[in-house]
Ligand binder design. Structure first.
Ligand code: SAH
Length: 393
């Protein structure tokens, strides 16, 4: 029997505006035995079809796959992935000999809520954030291979940390195609080791590509501090940009090894770079005034709305420390990747930090996530990365 959800009266309004989530509180009743990850059709109170999507237990009960009454079959996955791939070619990140590192699927931004696919050369790293995408992982992998053809030899599935429950979902990490351990990918002509087996996210922060490029243009002759460096993306670009020295800092000693390996891969024997395992707050307290280009790209301080106040304090504190120490005429690249913190709140936190440090500060650039992390216009929640480039007098 077809599985159906009927909404409470009037609860279809957000769906008429193509918002892709249905909250559990909007549901009037369910027909049929629903299992997590099932495809379900959604009807208004007055029995009108309105959407089809993946069912899941939790506050977001349905993630909409289509607002038309279509079959969710192999053709559906192939068609959605083809559209995503065409968009990446149009942006210029795919089929580009200088760049084989990009996000192919960005969840709601690509009308595939719950799915993330990053491409690293011949390897796709696929991540499910919903049970439905997990249930469909093999169909999606087959469609990926079909769409990318010979340019794809491996698909690594990495959902251990992103799936909501651990209960009997089957294998959450492992290869669905191929098994290559060759893991060097190219971003804007620079090489990076990508640790998709053990690294954070899908192994690399693909979303900072454009911002790293901008940094490269400011690096010449400067003393650079890349705080929260992880794999050292910003450090490698700063080196190519002609920085005087580049210091990379991360609290994880594994990250320090990664950044050192990536610097060695691109600039063997170049002694302008040094990496340190240290806590950011402590390092900023103890350092002197040697830097005139500082990058602050911390992990999400607020993972949920409840943590907002605490997170804003964190952003103010870390930025204040940078403002206090950065040289006159210095440039600060400062970011927040917390979805719960919006652009204005972040800007206010940085403004407060500048005022406490009593520095004259100009905004040079306002940064955001790149075009391969698109925002579905009907799903403003998809906007998460924001940054400011500041000139500090
Ligand atoms: N800028 C990076 C991504 C940063 S991810 C890039 O472009 O790829 C955030 C990093 O902050 C992680 O590597 C994490 O280990 C590090 N981190 C978290 N808390 C920290 C702290 N208190 N001090 C220093 N590093 C920290």
């Amino acid at each position: 029997m077809e599985k159906r959800i009927f909404l409470k009266k009037g609860k279809e309004d957000s769906l008429r505006r193509f918002h892709p989530w249905i909250f559990s509180g909007a549901i009037h009743h369910i027909e049929g035995e629903l299992q997590e990850g099932d495809i379900v059709k959604v009807y208004t109170f007055d029995n009108e079809f309105i959407a089809i999507g993946h069912w899941q237990i939790g506050s977001i009960a349905v993630r909409v796959l289509s607002f038309r009454d279509v079959d969710i079959d192999d053709d559906f996955w192939t068609s959605r992935l083809t559209t995503a791939y065409e968009a990446r070619k149009a942006i210029g990140v795919a089929c580009n000999p200088q760049n084989n590192t990009y996000r192919l699927v960005h969840g709601e931004g690509d009308n595939l809520p719950g799915l993330v696919v990053d491409i690293y050369g011949q390897t796709a790293v696929m991540q499910a954030h919903s049970v439905g995408m997990h249930v469909h992982r093999n169909e999606i992998a087959a469609a990926l291979k079909l769409v990318l053809g010979d340019s794809l030899s491996n698909i690594y599935y990495k959902s251990e940390t992103t799936l909501p429950f651990k209960a009997s979902l089957g294998q959450e990490n492992g290869f669905l195609l191929g098994n290559s351990t060759e893991n060097v990918a190219i971003e804007n002509g620079l090489k990076f080791h990508i640790d998709w087996l053990k690294g954070q996210k899908t192994g690399f922060f693909v979303d900072q590509r454009d911002n790293r490029s901008l940094l490269e243009h400011y690096a010449k002759g400067r003393n650079v501090l890349n705080m929260f460096c992880y794999t050292g993306g910003f450090s490698v670009y700063a080196m190519r940009g002609g920085a005087n020295i580049v210091h990379s800092v991360d609290s994880s000693s594994k990250a320090v090894d990664l950044v050192n390996a990536n610097i060695e891969l691109n600039f063997p024997g170049d002694n302008r770079h040094e990496a340190f395992a240290a806590d950011a707050f402590k390092y900023l307290d103890e350092m002197g005034g040697e830097y005139d280009l500082i990058i602050l790209d911390p992990p999400a301080f607020a993972k949920h709305k409840d943590a907002l106040k605490h997170a804003l304090k964190g952003y103010t504190k870390i930025n204040q420390k940078a403002f206090e120490k950065i040289r006159k005429g210095g440039i600060l690249f400062t970011f927040s990747c917390s979805q719960a913190v919006n652009k204005d709140q972040f800007r206010m936190a940085v403004f407060t930090a500048a005022a406490i440090a009593r520095r004259k500060v100009r905004i040079l650039h306002q940064l955001h996530q790149p075009a391969d992390h698109p925002i579905n216009i009907y799903h403003p929640e998809g906007e998460y990365l924001k940054g400011l480039v500041l000139y500090v007098e």
